[in-house]
Design a protein around this ligand. Structure first.
Ligand code: AMP
Ligand code: GLY
Length: 426
C-alpha cells in the first residue's frame, strides 16, 4: 500500500514509525512531515490546508490511504473532500469532527446518548448578564469553556465568582476568542484523575487502545498554564479492566451509535479525555484525532499491524485482531522551548539526538533541518520516549529522563515529574 500521513508533529512521527513496520506498506509519505519523519518516509512540502495539492499528490502516487493527524484539516473538511474524490481516508468528516470543534455540540450529543459528563449550561456571547446571574447558583470551583477551537487555551477553572465574572466578560464582551467564543459553557468541576483513551472505529464497531495519561500543565505537580501536553505514559494503571469495559460500554459505544444515528458516522480515532471520578469515568472532552503526546506512548506498546488496523477502519470493516497490547510500557517527556505555551525563541541547534539505545525513541515535533543541523522550531520540540517490552513504569521513567539529560539546546525546558503519578498509584 502507498500511504500518506498529514501533519508535522510528534504524533505524526509516531504514526509514521508504527506504519513503517507494516508488511502491507509499499511507500510512505508525510505531508509535510519533520526532520524525524524524514528518516522513515519521504517528506513532501505540502501543507495540511492545501486540499487540492493533497488530492493531486494522492491521485498521482496511487495512494491507498490518507491518515490525517491534526484537528484543523479534519474540521475544515479534508476527509470529505478526499472521499468525494474516491481516496480512502482515516479521519472523520467535518460534521463528525464537530465533536472536537464545538463543545456545545459534544455536550448535547453526550446528553442525548446518556454519556456521563459534567453538568453544564450554555450561553451565547450576548448573554453576559444571564451567565453572571447563573453564577449565583454555582458551587465553586467551576469551569468556563469557549465553544470552539482555541488551541487548548479556551478552558478556565475559576475558584470564585469574581474570577468567573472576569472570564465571562473577556469571552462575551472583549471576545478574546473571536468566533470560537460566540457560545460558551459553564460546567461543573469534576474531581478525579484524568486519562486519555483512543477508540479506533469504522463508524460502528471499534477497539480501544491502551489508556494513557497526559500532563497538560506546564509546571511540575500540575501547576501553571495548560499546554498541548508536556509528557505522557502508557498503559495508565488507573484504568483497570473493569473501568476499561465501562469506558467502552457507557461512553464509546453510545456516542458512536448516537453520531451514526444522527447522520454523522465517525470514522477514525475518537479520543476520549476522561475524568475517573468516584462515580466512575466521565468525559471531560472528545477529540476527533489521535492525541499528542499520547500517541507517542500508545503506538509503541502495540503488537501487530497498525496500518492494517487503520486501513480496515477507513474502508468500512475494522479488523479488531490486527493489533493487541504488547505487555510493555512507555514514557514520553516533552522537551520544550522555555516560555512555551506563551512566547519563546526558536532556531537553536539541538545536540545529543543520536541516542544509541533501542529502548529510546526521540520523536521530533517542533524541529527543522538547515544545512544538516537540527534546530528548534516550535514550543514542543521533541518527545523523548522510552519503550520497554515489559510493564515497569519506574524503569521506563528513568530511561526517558536519562535520555533527555543527554539532549541539549538553548532554553530547553521539561517537566521533572512525568509518570510520577502512576508510580505513586502503583
Ligand atoms: P479540555 O480542553 O476540555 O480538555 O480541558 C483542559 C483541561 O481542563 C482538562 O484536561 C482538565 O484538566 C480541565 N478540565 C476541563 N473540564 C473540566 C471539568 N469539568 N472538571 C475538572 N477539570 C476540567
Ligand atoms: N494531549 C492532548 C491533546 O492531544 O489534545
Amino acid at each position: 500500500m502507498n500511504v500518506v500521513i498529514i501533519g508535522s508533529g510528534g504524533r505524526e512521527h509516531a504514526l509514521a514509525l508504527a506504519i513503517s513496520k507494516s508488511k502491507l506498506l509499499n511507500k510512505l509519505f508525510c505531508l509535510p512531515g519533520n526532520p524525524g519523519t524524514k528518516n522513515i518516509c519521504e517528506n513532501i512540502e505540502i501543507t495540511p490546508n492545501d486540499f487540492t495539492k493533497i488530492l493531486t499528490f494522492s491521485k498521482s502516487n496511487d495512494i491507498d490511504l490518507v491518515i490525517i493527524g491534526p484537528e484543523q484539516p479534519l474540521v475544515d473538511g479534508l476527509s470529505d473532500y478526499l472521499r468525494e474524490n474516491n481516496i480512502n481516508v482515516f479521519g472523520p468528516s467535518s460534521s463528525a469532527a464537530q465533536i472536537e470543534s464545538s463543545k456545545s455540540f459534544a455536550k448535547s450529543l453526550m446528553i442525548r446518548s446518556g454519556v456521563p459528563t459534567a453538568s453544564y449550561k450554555e450561553f451565547n456571547s450576548n448573554e453576559f448578564k444571564e451567565a453572571v446571574d447563573y453564577l449565583g447558583n454555582c458551587h465553586f470551583p467551576i469551569v468556563i469553556k469557549a465553544d470552539g477551537l482555541a488551541s487548548g487555551k479556551g478552558v478556565f477553572i475559576c475558584d470564585n465568582r469574581k474570577q468567573a465574572e472576569q472570564i465571562i466578560y473577556e469571552i462575551s464582551v472583549d471576545k478574546i476568542f473571536g468566533n470560537a467564543g460566540e457560545k460558551f459553557l459553564i460546567e461543573e468541576f469534576m474531581i478525579g484523575e484524568e486519562a486519555s483513551v483512543f477508540a479506533i472505529t469504522d463508524g460502528e464497531d471499534f477497539i480501544t487502545l491502551p489508556a494513557a495519561q497526559d500532563h497538560k500543565r506546564i509546571g511540575d505537580n500540575d501547576t501553571g498554564k495548560n499546554t498541548g501536553g508536556m509528557g505522557a505514559y502508557a498503559p495508565a494503571p488507573l484504568i483497570s479492566e473493569i473501568i476499561e469495559k465501562e469506558i467502552q460500554n457507557k461512553i464509546i459505544k453510545p456516542i458512536l451509535h448516537q453520531l451514526k444515528s444522527e447522520g454523522y458516522p465517525f470514522v477514525g480515532c475518537l479520543y476520549a479525555g476522561l475524568m475517573i471520578t468516584s462515580e466512575g469515568p466521565k468525559v471531560v472532552e472528545f477529540n476527533c484525532r489521535f492525541g499528542d503526546p499520547e500517541t507517542q506512548v500508545v503506538l509503541p506498546i502495540l503488537e501487530g499491524d497498525v496500518l492494517k488496523l487503520l486501513f480496515s477502519a477507513a474502508t468500512g470493516k475494522i479488523d479488531k485482531e490486527s493489533v493487541r497490547y504488547s505487555g510493555g510500557c512507555s514514557v514520553c517527556v516533552v522537551a520544550a522551548s522555555k516560555g512555551y505555551p506563551d512566547k519563546f525563541e526558536k532556531g537553536f541547534e539541538i545536540s545529543g539526538l543520536d541516542i544509541d539505545d533501542p529502548e529510546v525513541i526521540v520523536y521530533h515535533a517542533g524541529t527543522k533541518e538547515i544545512n544538516g543541523k537540527i534546530l528548534t522550531n516550535g514550543g514542543r520540540v521533541l518527545g523523548v520516549t522510552s519503550v520497554l517490552k515489559y510493564n515497569n513504569l519506574i524503569e521506563a521513567r528513568e530511561k526517558a529522563y536519562n535520555a533527555i539529560k543527554k539532549i541539549n539546546f538553548k532554553n530547553i525546558y521539561y517537566r521533572n515529574d512525568i509518570a510520577l503519578k502512576a508510580i505513586k498509584f502503583l
